[in-house]
Design a protein around this ligand. Structure first.
Ligand code: SF4
Ligand code: SF4
Length: 273
């Protein structure tokens, strides 16, 4: 069994507690207008070309060229088929850092649970090695997929992008009903959940109170993070030659502060940005 991986990020500090290694899986069922990982949208490997990095060496004109031969690192292949056996030793390399920082390994994407069998096998091996595990999910997955990884996942990093269904569809092209149901399901099993809310002006900024009301009665939330939208991914859209959907308007510090305070007032959770 293999999975298409587009990045393995070591020393990650924004993908759960402590120092972590994050594995990014290709393929996502959502199409968020603000997607910061467009190289993770499709499940198939893709070649991107960063023209500003090209040093004109001409290697890519030669027969048998592969992206690894690009001297300027201008041509990049996103998506490498890997087995659990190949990934595991890479993920165990930094176990000392995980132990001293309270970190571990995070599976992310794209949507890693589109490849739930692979994730379950990898997470199981990580737990056998006593590594803390996190699954970063958009929640738009079947209950069967969740059930496969639940026994080996210490914490879920769970994205909530909107409460109103029509707003969610406008922002992501899919309904959020299954996402909200799955969150309630994880909560009923007492799984640790860190909720993450991207804040995108003119798209979901009117959803904060409604999301807070929905989350307030849940029991298993460890913290809530409001993630200010940023548009750093613009160059990736260009390099992949896909339509750039990124909104122009960025949130102000004041807007984020108000969102955090609003959620704090309506829930008993720790709320961070
Ligand atoms: S869920 Fe994440 S990876 Fe998928 S489209 Fe949205 S931002 Fe991109
Ligand atoms: S191999 Fe890379 S750096 Fe060299 S010409 Fe081709 S794209 Fe540019």
């Amino acid at each position: 069994m293999t999975a298409a991986i587009f990045e393995i990020k070591r020393f990650a500090v924004h993908d759960g507690d402590g120092i972590r290694t994050t594995v990014f899986f290709k393929g996502c069922p959502l199409r968020c207008v603000w997607c910061h990982n467009p190289e993770g949208l499709t499940a198939i490997p893709q070649t991107a070309h960063y023209s500003h990095k090209c040093i004109g060496c001409g290697e890519c004109k030669k027969e048998g060229f592969t992206p690894e031969d690009c001297l300027g690192e201008a041509t990049v292949l996103y998506g490498k088929e890997m087995t659990v056996e190949e990934l595991l030793p890479i993920l165990l390399e930094d176990r000392d850092f995980y132990e001293t920082s309270g970190g571990g390994v995070t599976l992310s994407g794209g949507e890693c649970l589109m490849q739930a069998d692979f994730c379950a096998e990898l997470l199981k091996k990580l737990k056998e090695n006593e590594i803390h595990t996190a699954v970063d999910t958009c929640g738009f997955v079947s209950k069967e997929s969740l059930d496969k990884v639940i026994p080996y996942t210490d914490v879920f990093l769970y994205d909530i992008k909107a409460y109103d269904e029509e707003v969610h569809i406008k922002c992501t092209e899919v309904s959020n009903r299954i996402i909200l149901e799955n969150l309630a399901y994880l909560d009923s099993l007492n799984k640790k959940i860190e909720v993450r809310i991207p804040y995108v002006p003119d798209y979901n900024d009117d959803q904060i109170e409604k999301i807070a009301h929905f989350l307030a009665p849940l029991q298993s939330i460890t913290k809530i993070r409001v993630l200010p939208y940023h548009n750093y991914a613009g160059s990736k859209y260009k390099a992949l030659d896909i339509v750039n959907t990124l909104p122009e308007k960025l949130p102000t510090d004041e807007e984020i502060k108000i969102a955090v305070e609003t959620i704090k007032k309506l829930t008993n959770f720790v709320v961070l940005s």
